[in-house]
Design a protein around this ligand. Structure first.
Ligand code: NAI
Ligand code: MG
Length: 334
């Protein structure tokens, strides 16, 4: 039995985490949940966006499944997600994007995995505001160690999963120092993993154009924090939208799995949310825990459900509610 910290989150978070928990129960997955909240709901309940009890739980279980959380804007709070990623050095943000039969997409045959550096760059939290001069400096902090870690992680993943091609997205023509760190780090990693036979790099703007023109040419993509944030949503749009893409924040000894999307306040509490993104993140978590057979069984039931539009949620053109969609998956597990 694996003990996992469950963070329901805000907005649609509780609805989609409920769906995932129900599907896991039906599939008799050997996971035991320890529920601790974060975000606005936690703030209302305990006076803290990130209660100490959540940290204690994560440090014990070393694995979390997290619904989206709302960070109140303009009230001096640091983003919950950035705090968790930095506190536990979850330096890899792994975001697969794959077309699924039944889900309408502008292209067919996309199967790529994006590795986004998750703790440095423009999101390192180094911002200076000079009231007198009216200047905001947002500093991008990039370290040799950080670049090496994310580039190595991308190549190691490619080698482990039989993927032959890694592409680095950067802006080394303008950001000469930071760009060079990533280019050097990828060259080193490429030499360490010769089984990944093809390594190339693209300037980030060209990368965007190529991704929307011919996304099938990409396999594993590695990039810095800001570029990765933007590219991952772009990739989500290529394979069916935010409701279907999964994500993981992985460090060397702790990992938190979560959907790419946010708390969707526009549809919260209405039973409209698609739990697929969180479910797929939970399946990545099962692989991480060495429970691949359960993940495969649930994935098959999910993919069968996605084939029938009537059984899908509104974002995929269907009419099913969050719980009805989950029930269709559960019925296929029996
Ligand atoms: P969002 O991802 O919540 O919503 C964007 C659009 O996609 C909305 O129209 C929403 O209804 C739709 N959508 C998102 N997830 C969906 C799902 N599972 N099923 C069906 N439709 C879905 O992004 P937005 O509106 O920019 O942010 C809302 C809040 O979420 C903000 O407070 C933001 O800070 C937070 N957020 C949290 C994240 C996290 O905890 N990982 C990530 C991104 C945003
Ligand atoms: Mg984002």
């Amino acid at each position: 039995m694996h003990l996992v910290t469950l963070i329901p989150g805000d907005g649609i978070g509780p609805e989609i985490t409920r769906a995932v928990v129900d599907i896991f129960t039906a599939a008799q997955v050997p996971v035991q949940w320890e529920t601790h909240n974060a975000g606005e709901t936690a703030l209302a309940e305990s006076g803290q966006l990130l209660p100490q009890t959540l940290f204690d739980s994560l440090e014990k279980t070393r694995v979390g499944l997290k619904g989206p959380v709302t960070t109140p804007v303009g009230k001096g709070f640091r983003s919950v997600n950035i705090t968790l990623r930095q506190k536990y050095d979850l330096y890899q943000n792994v975001r697969p994007a794959k077309t699924t039969p039944g889900v309408e997409t502008p292209f067919k045959g996309i199967d790529l995995v994006l590795f986004r550096e998750n703790t440095e760059g423009l999101y390192a939290g180094l911002e200076l505001w000079d009231e007198r001069l009216g200047i905001a400096d947002s500093i991008s902090r990039n370290t040799v160690v950080g670049c090496r870690k994310i580039c190595r992680a991308a190549f190691a993943y490619a080698a482990k999963h039989g993927r032959k091609h890694v592409t680095l997205a950067h802006k080394g023509n303008i950001l000469k120092q930071a760009g060079k760190l990533m280019i050097d780090a990828c060259r080193e990693a490429s030499a360490e993993f010769p089984e990944v036979t093809f390594y190339d790099d693209r300037i980030i703007d060209n990368m965007c154009m190529q991704l929307v023109n011919k996304p099938q040419q990409f396999d594993v993509i590695v990039t810095t924090n800001l570029f990765g944030d933007i590219l991952s949503d772009l990739c989500a749009g290529l394979v069916g939208g935010l409701g279907v893409v999964s994500g993981a924040n992985i460090g060397d000894d702790l990992a938190i799995f979560e959907a790419v999307h946010g708390s969707a306040p526009d549809i919260a509490g209405q039973g409209k949310a698609n739990p697929t993104a969180l479910l797929r993140s939970a399946l990545m978590m099962l692989e991480h825990l060495g429970e691949k057979s359960y993940a495969e069984r649930i994935e098959q039931a999910l993919n069968e459900t996605l084939l029938n539009k009537d059984q899908c949620t509104g974002d995929l053109g269907g009419k099913a509610s969050t719980t009805e969609f989950a029930q269709y998956i559960i019925d296929k597990l029996k």
